[in-house]
Structures are given as structure tokens and as C-alpha cells.
Design a protein around this ligand. Structure first.
Ligand SMILES: [Zn+2]
Length: 148
């Protein structure tokens, strides 16, 4: 058999959500194991992508277009639910960011920045998208500040 016709599996980049077309964020099994209810965990492979678009019902998907819906997770997630902490490791919330904007000084965010460098920060496993929340926190801070 001519091996030239057997394609090597491609190294996957982040895929696009099969429902909404948003480019996902690649996640390892850590967040998938943390967030997906046990009975649905087998629907998706060992790594996948996080959709993250707040109006899409899909939480995770993989390269075979298997999807995990928000309703198949253990609980609600930010940004789908603004009462859920943005920071899975230390619990910083939307309200905390808003309070920093009102104070005119981001001390809560700065404290988070310090803690994010500590070993207690386990974003790769604890965060829904497997990445540090600070980019989203800073984006939200700028957004709230300019709209306030
Ligand atoms: Zn989506």
C-alpha cells in the first residue's frame, strides 16, 4: 500500500464552533473533565475547543463536530452567567471589576495579577477555556470604564 495516500493526522488548530462559527479556544482534557457532567464526558474527545460566544448554546466542541451544550455542564459559566466568577482560580467576579472601575483604581485586578503568578493559579485545568482570565478581566475593565 502506498503510504503517500495515507494522510497524517493534521495538527489541529482551534476549530470553529459547528453552531455559531466562532473560532474556539483549544482546551486539554483538564477543563473538559472539570466542567462537563460525567454522563456527557464521553461525547467529546480528550481535547477540544471552547466556544465562548455568550449567545451560543455550545460550550465545547471537537474536530469531529461533537458538541457539549451548556446544559451538559456541571454548572453555569461566565460569560453566559455574569454572576459566576470570571476567574475560576481566585473567584474574581464581574462585580469586582465593576467595583474597581467605580473606585477609579484597579486594585482588585492588580491583586489578581499577583496571585495569577502563584502556584495556586491553575487556569489550565480550572478555567473553562483553559487560559488565564486576565485578558478577559482587563478587556472588561476597559469596556466598563469607557461605558461608565
Ligand atoms: Zn458556538
Amino acid at each position: 500500500m502506498n503510504k503517500a495516500f495515507v494522510r497524517e493526522p493534521e495538527l489541529e488548530g482551534p476549530g470553529y464552533c459547528p453552531r455559531c462559527g466562532t473560532q474556539g479556544t483549544m482546551v486539554s482534557s483538564g477543563p473538559l473533565d472539570t466542567y462537563i457532567r460525567a454522563e456527557f464526558r464521553q461525547k467529546i474527545s480528550d481535547s477540544g475547543s471552547y466556544c465562548g460566544y455568550s449567545r451560543c448554546e455550545v460550550a465545547y466542541f471537537d474536530s469531529f463536530d461533537s458538541v457539549i451544550m451548556l446544559s451538559e455542564l456541571k454548572g453555569p459559566l461566565y460569560p453566559y452567567d455574569l454572576d459566576v466568577p470570571i476567574c475560576a482560580c481566585f473567584g474574581l467576579t464581574y462585580d469586582d471589576v465593576e467595583a474597581d472601575v467605580q473606585d477609579g483604581e484597579p486594585h482588585r485586578i492588580r491583586a489578581l495579577l499577583d496571585r495569577s503568578k502563584s502556584p495556586q493559579a491553575r487556569c489550565g485545568t480550572l478555567a473553562a477555556d483553559g487560559t488565564c482570565c486576565l485578558r478577559e478581566v482587563q478587556r472588561l475593565y476597559m469596556k466598563l470604564r469607557s461605558s461608565g
